[in-house]
Design a protein around this ligand. Sequence first.
Ligand code: BG6
Length: 516
Amino acid sequence: MDTSTSIVIFGASGDLTWRKLIPALYNNFKKGRLHDCANIVGFARRDWSDEFFQTRLREGVEKFSADTFDQAIWDDFTTRLHYFRGNLTKADDFERLDDYLHQLDNKQNPVIASEAKQSPSQTAEIASSQKNAPRNDSAAANRLYYLATAPSFYGSTANYLGEAQMTTQEEGWRRIIIEKPFGRDLASAEELNAAVHAAFEESQVYRIDHYLGKETAQNILFFRFANTIFEPIWNRRYVNSVQISVAESVEVGERAGYYDKSGVLRDMFQNHLFQLLALVAMESPASFNADAIRNEKAKVFQSIRPVDLNDTVLAQYEGYCETEGVAPDSRTPTYAALKLFIDNWRWQGVPFYLRSGKALKHKNTEIIIEFQRPPHLMFDLPAGNDFTPNVLSICIQPDEGIHLRFEAKVPDSDQDMRSVNMEFHYDESFDGTPIPEAYERLLLEALDGDASLFTRADEIEAAWRAIDPVINGWADRSHPKLATHQKGEWGPQAATDLLARDGHRWRFGCVEHRLS
Ligand code: BG6
């Protein structure tokens, strides 16, 4: 079957398109993975020409993917880039867009193209006569819509696409990718899901969480389920606690306007940290299929015990309120740490400690599995020497890899022991093969129709259901004041105390290794 696929990016003049989407598409093109993708159409309000759009996008690729930029390949890629000036709030503009896409499809069709060559004046005529006509059985014109707009346009854009009959699948598939944030609480997420479902079937919807596109996040399922040695101990009998840390060294910067209305729980926990949590905690799916995987992830969110507010710490880095765009008396948390439990047989009683913040000491995303102490220890520990349990660190970024710490006897000693490290690093094991940007994989998967790396409606809602009470609990001003911490620290003292209460401490498996 001849196929031509058009990707339409709504919000094409924005940062995401320039910084992430086009570099990702360009890199996929360079790797020969976009055979069917005939057109990439940027939809935005600005009065730009195709040439201006292409030049701007080239600058983006040169800047954000400098290592892979190649002028000859760009010249080929750029022939697919088109700009369509339109307004997201005008139904007519969606109709015009649909006509335009049909014209582009027809250009891909050799019969139409050769007829058009004979008589340029016929081009528009042919295009319009084709508009609502079913295409030749041997051809399919697919469409991938990407909502890279402000979130307030997600529901209405889906609605306009539906009204313009741009979501029906007679002439090829129709899919929609929706950027985060997907709602700002359970009610708004439900509302948005309802709006999207009025125009698209759930199977057509691809909700982005770029953490799922990260190689190291994808590797969690391979690590757990393509090996036999870890899964038997991946439960409450052997695991003492789990930590998930997503530390960022950047401040809120130019995103303050958005961030101050959002805060770390919405910006990072409901999506990224919870997705990592699900990958670590889920049961084994029966197959590597989108619904099988997402069924298991949804069950994790549904099993989260309501979080006790006493097990939460929220904080702001000092100086946050002086950032342009932040309210001077803002109580928006830039840091959060919390303890939660998953009420099922596998994880009963195992604390999961999650933390994330901005303006912290280093960028570091890692998952730590701390195992139980041996049931009986026959070795003498030197006085004051605490026993170190086995610790498995899954380093998501920046130093991607996996470390396992275990105890070893110090040579030439009687029974001294020390923790040593067994390591896997991507760059060493895979000969320096660069780890692709998350958006590269995500765009490919959506083009391929595989939604495993995208979040489903029920997952999103279950995640909001778990985090909303924490956000609401803290919104109540009678709750203790936000903690503060200095920039460049690992967070507030209260977060250290949260674990110390349980006899734990935050671990830095990957960072310790990197800095040692
Ligand atoms: C985004 C958040 O979703 O993820 C940002 O909105 C955050 O605030 C970013 O900085 C972190 O992503 P990464 O890939 O740099 O860890």
